[in-house]
Design a protein around this ligand. Structure first.
Ligand SMILES: [Zn+2]
Length: 85
């Protein structure tokens, strides 16, 4: 698996949060029981949740909770970088 590190400036997270929270993206995720769910996250919310290990998806259909796979995390990052670039 090739994941290149994104060279980015580290901004003050509190300053960045205001603008990035407006930049929410919709993602399609599939729960362990194959229900499609839509999650809406900003990049700041995503990175903060990842950092604190709090990123867990919830399925409204079967009430399952599950953590994102590393593939999903990579995909989220790709979408965020597309959106901001
Ligand atoms: Zn489900």
């Amino acid at each position: 698996m090739l994941i290149s590190k994104i060279d980015r400036q580290v901004a003050d997270p509190s300053a960045a949060a205001d603008t990035q929270v407006m930049n929410r993206l919709d993602f399609e995720v599939v729960c362990p029981n194959n229900h499609n769910q839509k999650v809406t996250l900003s990049e700041a919310e995503f990175e903060n949740a990842l950092k604190s290990d709090a990123l867990v998806f919830h399925c409204n259909t079967c009430e399952a909770n599950w953590p994102p796979s590393s593939e999903e995390i990579a995909n989220f990052r790709k979408q965020f970088s597309k959106n901001s670039g």
